[in-house]
Design a protein around this ligand. Structure first.
Ligand SMILES: Nc1ncnc2c1ncn2[C@@H]1O[C@H](COP(=O)(O)OP(=O)(O)OP(=O)(O)O)[C@@H](O)[C@H]1O
Length: 251
């Protein structure tokens, strides 16, 4: 299996030189094509910090992050934006759709920015929108959509370029349970039927139970890994019992 992300001795500190807080102490992680990983941990454990570094939005204090064998901590900004455009998709908790564009244009945006031909863009937009059950909403503007539809739109936008890795930070954080389930089913489908590798930060055991592996971040380190054994309900129970044994403040 191809290694898409390799993290070596990753450290992140905040603050001045003489007064530093080490948020991430020593993270080592290999992520392979088609993995679906959930990163959990209590509030302030460093989940978003880790995701921001892996997704090129922030730089580590020490350590290496290799995407496709290329150390993204060492490349210049021009190369970094190319890597973002070509290899990475982002899903944020607050959707980040552009208000003055239709859903169709929002989903198509990464391709329009790449300068692809318009008939190809429309075809691909419809294809990805149908994966997320959005075809009948394509001409609507974000204010005409529900939270769940917006988040599925944001996810379709993240997947439209067929990126190697999707980074999702609390993608179900603002959704009700039905919309969360719809979104997670779509991500699962994209992971199982496409080649999408997904790395999702979540505090929610239900969302995490859709992943293939769950990593627990605690005290700046990955303390524990759980593997999905095939039955989602069983995995959900295992995650809950791990969270309670870790004395976490999760549900
Ligand atoms: N830019 C920053 N400067 C200083 N400290 C920061 C900065 N960003 C994050 N931190 C600190 O790093 C720690 C980890 O924050 P992070 O947002 O990664 O946690 P998290 O696990 O995602 O939490 P939550 O579940 O509450 O979102 C926190 O103590 C936070 O206050």
């Amino acid at each position: 299996m191809k290694k898409v992300l390799e993290i070596k001795n990753l450290v992140k500190s905040y603050g001045r030189k003489d007064y530093q807080t080490k948020v991430l102490k020593n993270i080592n992680l290999d992520i392979y094509e088609n993995d679906f990983i959930a990163i959990m941990g209590s509030s302030g454990a460093g989940k978003s910090t880790l995701l921001n570094m892996l997704s090129t939005l922030d730089k580590p204090t020490y350590g290496q992050i290799m995407i496709d064998g290329e150390d993204i901590t060492k490349v210049n900004n021009k190369r970094l934006s190319k890597i973002r455009q070509e290899k990475i998709g982002f899903i944020f908790q607050d959707y980040n759709l552009l208000d003055n564009m239709t859903l169709q244009d929002n989903i198509a945006l990464p391709l329009s920015l790449n300068g692809k031909k318009s008939s190809k863009i429309i075809e691909r937009t419809k294809q990805i929108a149908s994966l997320f059950g959005l075809n009948e909403h394509l001409n609507k503007y974000p204010y005409q959509l529900s939270g769940g539809q917006k988040q599925r739109g944001a996810s379709a936008r993240a997947l439209i370029t067929n990126p190697q890795i999707i980074f999702a930070d609390e993608p179900t954080g603002a959704l009700d349970s039905k919309s969360s389930k719809d979104l997670l089913e779509s991500l699962k489908y994209a992971n199982e039927h496409g080649k999408a590798t997904i790395l999702m930060v979540t505090h929610d055991a239900y969302s995490a139970s859709y992943a293939k592996q769950v990593y627990m971040l605690s005290d700046g380190e990955i303390k524990c890994r759980l593997n999905h054994s095939g039955n989602r309900q069983k995995f959900y129970d295992e995650i809950l019992s791990l969270l309670s044994s870790m004395g976490s403040d999760q549900e």
